[in-house]
Write a protein that binds this ligand. Structure first.
Ligand code: FE
Length: 390
């Protein structure tokens, strides 16, 4: 038996934020990131709408990028003190992810972080509060997914938490919030969304429920990302929906090794962080070539849906060329070398990274099985830009 879970309600379109006026409850805690939502006036609007609904609101601000276990515990404590019946998280992926984890420890104060690392092992939530997610970036789709990424800085490990209990109750997908994204963030998050949809479509857990969402999301990314990147706000709106659809697909079909590689290389090098969406964009064409050995037909479906014609082998190559072309236009490098990763450091670390990537939670649903040696070879191809022919 399989399970398919999404938020009960999704409100979308310009002005969707106003739906908060109609929420029934007594107290809400509003979890926020660094301050951009305040700066652009969205926090004020949310508080105003909730006041109109007769709800008392408390802010929990300054969730850092890549939120820590400490921030999660601090937020859970604030929730225990305030006792909200709504948790509302607004901003990029980080405050929403952090709030999802806070929710668990608010409802179960005696649970330890270690106890929820195991996927799909969460205690039953919604005993004290329900959850509203309001995204301001167009990529992670955490507003509709069962996932949250929390970093244990003491151990130097990023934990992907997974459980349908943390799929939000309500997602408010208001494109006005996404208008605040700068171009580079628009490019990276857009390619993250594309990767979600492609990986969900070819995943071993793909299904008739997730396929249409994935295909439509891919078509929309190719139609709207470039214009959104160039500042066209009606294209930005469509990208905000496309990423949300990709999220609905991958929350239920899971991902593949593009994400395994991005997770394990993101913070691996001394030259600096590789932004998640940028890493995905670099790896995606290489992984398609690797996976095509067993999943050619599925990639060919994607290519065909984009109007690429030819034999299956030809159109899968055409799909990779199209992604390469977008990466160039979006200012995304073709290789890790071009990104600026030091060659000596890469060669020193690649074996360990390959092993970690194989152990990543996303590897299990990749359409082609992969050994540590093959992963090392694949990562090396992405460093030098050499052809994937194994
Ligand atoms: Fe992602």
């Amino acid at each position: 038996m399989m399970r398919y879970t999404l938020p009960r309600d999704m409100y979308y379109g310009n002005g969707a934020l106003e739906q908060l006026k109609n929420i029934k409850g007594k107290k809400a805690i509003l979890v926020l990131g660094g301050g951009s939502m305040k700066k652009f006036g969205f926090v004020e609007r949310v508080v105003k709408y909730l006041t109109e609904a007769g709800i008392e609101t408390k802010l929990f601000e300054n969730v850092e990028p890549d939120p820590s276990v400490e921030t999660v515990m601090k937020g859970a404590k604030a929730m225990q003190d305030f006792e909200p019946d709504w948790i509302i998280a607004m901003g990029g992926g980080s405050p929403i992810d952090a709030a999802k984890a806070m929710w668990v420890f608010y409802e179960y104060p005696d649970t330890s972080f270690e106890e929820i690392i195991q996927p799909f092992s969460f205690p039953e939530l919604r005993q004290k509060a329900k959850f509203i997610a309001i995204p301001s970036t167009s990529g992670t789709a955490t507003e509709v997914t069962a996932f949250s990424v929390i970093t244990d800085y003491a151990k130097g490990i990023k934990y992907p938490l997974a459980d349908f209990n943390i799929t939000p109750d309500i997602a408010i997908v208001d494109p006005a919030l996404a208008e605040t994204m700068p171009p580079t963030l628009t490019a990276h998050t857009g390619m993250d969304a594309l990767t979600h949809a492609v990986e969900a479509y070819v995943s071993t857990l793909n299904s008739p429920f997730t396929d249409p969402l994935a295909i439509k999301a891919i078509q929309m990314v190719f139609e709207y990302l470039m214009a959104s990147y160039q500042g066209d706000m009606s294209a930005r709106e469509q990208m905000h929906y496309a990423q949300c659809m990709a999220g609905q697909a991958f929350s239920n079909a899971l991902l593949g090794i593009v994400h395994s590689m991005a997770h394990k290389t993101g913070a691996a090098f001394s030259t600096g962080h590789i932004p998640h969406g940028c890493a995905n964009a670099i790896y995606l064409p290489y992984v398609i070539k690797f996976n095509a050995k067993t999943a050619q037909k599925r990639y060919a479906d994607i290519a065909r849906s984009l109007g690429i014609t030819g034999t299956d082998a030809e159109i899968v190559k055409g799909l990779c060329d199209k992604i390469d072309e977008y990466n160039v236009k979006l200012g995304i490098p073709k290789t890790l070398k071009e990104f600026g990763i030091n060659e000596k450091e890469f060669l020193e670390k690649v074996a360990v990274i390959a092993e970690l990537a194989i152990g990543d939670a996303c590897t299990g649903s990749n359409p082609r099985t992969i050994t540590v040696k093959e992963m090392e070879k694949l990562l090396t191809c992405t460093y030098y830009g050499t052809e994937v022919d194994f």
